[in-house]
Design a protein around this ligand. Structure first.
Ligand code: ADP
Length: 483
């Protein structure tokens, strides 16, 4: 059990360890500025130790573990995660401010993901392939684990991000060195303990703590076979460069600036509620947040009034309170970033419709609370329409024709996901075909462990979830046998 007010160690093999030079950093509660925990700042030599521990596990008993055993371990782990729901949810809420009801849902969704991967464990198989010398040569493929996986994750949905890497690692018989974001490591550390309880051998799942130094050392490490990264474009580019030393396999999910396109014929009540949830859920700190509302001009005023009204009823406050809809943003630096984008939005000529300020009243004054913010009159060139703010800031841009809607929707460097609201089948089909995005949701917003997600353009490459993700954690070996 992690006591969140104490010193916490990182997980390498069976051990909870300090860093080699003894340096620690603090994890701060963004709701009130208090210290949640102090954690080891991993050095390059700590990363070396974690990687060699993982490699030894990969080459040891783990390589002889069959799919039925790995399936059982994943199911055990999912059960343990559910059994510890309250503790895990509280750790994420304390460290990064996610409302507790949402944190609990994210624990359940992490468990559901591991259960899906438990099933996928039984599906791994190669092929026998007929070649052109059928009486002399036999050819087939073997599927092998990708090996030592370095996972580098962000702070926005900490436990979910860990589970998304952990599932395919265990299913394929790979091993993991995970570096969670420095603002939110506690739930991953707790899960690494639960992995041991679930029967996963020591060394298969290692969690190192720290920031850029540890992440960069993992991305560069010559004995890491693959890096699975979720985070910013800038760090993704650094990871691509760092991976060149040993030609690592990479999967990169680098954020988005997702368009939410509302046509005049849509069910406006459902679309308005979804628009608000999409951008203000988790304080806008979701890669797939619908941060750009593109709305048909003829209904713009009515629709904006609807979302303004729903937004004004959101309860912003203590994430541990059951009735809170929106907590703080995750850190002081995130607060400054969001406020600076709000300032730029005004400067570049957008019209502030609601919010736009830090909350400094009463209990909230020590925290990183921002009011849910809506800007109107946003044109596609503005910074708030182009750059990922990762905060509770919605920009509204009108369109007149379907061509204009497509052009606006595709006008950023990102291509992660988008939403279309229309009652016309023809419009829905045309939009899904013309949007340059990894995922398009029509009249809904969805996530399911069986259905892949991933980006295009500068949102990255490689899929997570679904059988597509399993492929990213497997190598194919071709075998020829002369008979
Ligand atoms: P964000 O802006 O969302 O914090 P980052 O891309 O900075 O996104 O961080 C995501 C993850 O990448 C975090 O775990 C962070 O510590 C790690 N990280 C930051 N810089 C580097 C780097 N140069 N190489 C590898 N990982 C890094």
């Amino acid at each position: 059990m992690i006591n969140e007010t104490l010193h916490v160690g990182m997980r390498i093999g069976n051990d909870e360890r300090d860093s080699s030079d003894g340096f620690r950093f603090q994890s701060i509660n963004p709701s009130d500025g208090t210290v949640v925990a102090t954690l080891p700042e991993s050095t390059e030599s700590d990363v070396d130790l974690a990687v060699s521990t993982a490699r030894a596990a990969l080459d040891g008993e783990w390589s002889r573990t069959g799919p039925a055993d790995r399936q059982r371990m994943l199911l055990n782990l999912a059960d343990l995660i559910r059994a510890n729901r309250d503790e895990l949810a509280r750790l994420d809420s304390l460290e990064m401010g996610m409302p507790i009801t949402r944190s609990r849902n994210s624990v359940d969704s992490a468990a559901a993901h591991l259960e899906w991967y438990a099933a996928m464990t039984r599906t791994i198989s190669g092929r026998t392939i007929e070649n052109n010398r059928p009486t002399e040569r036999f050819s087939y493929t073997l599927r092998e684990p990708v090996g030592v996986v370095g996972a580098i994750t962000p702070w926005n949905v900490p436990l979910t991000m860990m589970a998304w890497k952990l599932g395919p690692v265990i299913a394929t018989g790979s091993v993991l060195v995970h570096k969670p974001a420095e603002y939110s490591s506690l739930s991953s550390l707790r899960v690494s303990e639960l992995c041991l309880e679930a029967g996963i051998p020591a060394g298969v799942v290692n969690v190192i703590t720290g920031g850029r130094v540890a992440g960069a050392a993992l991305a560069e490490h010559l004995d890491v076979d693959k890096v699975a990264f979720t985070g910013s474009v800038k760090t993704g580019q650094a990871i691509i460069r760092a991976s060149a030393g040993n030609i690592k396999r990479l999967t990169l999910e680098l954020g988005g600036k997702s368009p939410n396109v509302v046509f005049a014929d849509a069910n406006l009540e459902a679309a308005a509620l979804a628009a608000v949830q999409s951008i203000f859920g988790n304080s806008g700190q979701i890669c797939t947040a619908g941060s750009r509302l593109l709305v048909e001009r003829s209904i713009q005023d009515e629709f904006v009034e609807r979302i303004r009204e729903i937004t004004s009823s959101l309860v912003v406050g203590d994430p541990l309170n059951q009735s809170t809809d929106m907590g703080p943003v995750a850190s002081q630096s995130q607060l400054e970033r969001v406020l600076s984008y709000i300032h730029t939005g005004g400067e570049q000529g957008a019209t502030l419709i609601s919010g736009g300020e830090q909350l400094t009243d009463g209990d909230l004054r020590e925290g990183c609370f921002v009011t849910p913010t809506i800007f109107g009159n946003v044109s596609n060139e503005m910074a708030i329409a182009q750059e990922e703010i990762f905060g509770p800031v919605l920009s509204v841009t009108p369109f007149d024709t379907i061509d204009e809607a497509v052009q606006s929707a595709n006008s950023t460097q990102y291509g992660l996901s988008g939403y279309v609201w229309t009652e016309k089948l023809r419009t829905a089909h045309e939009m899904t075909q013309r949007l340059k995005l990894g995922t398009v949701h029509v009249n809904s917003s969805n996530i399911d462990p069986a259905v892949p997600i991933g980006g295009r353009k500068m949102s990255g490459y490689g899929k997570e979830l679904g059988s597509e993700q399993l492929e990213e954690y497997l190598e194919t070996k071709t075998v020829w046998i002369a008979q």
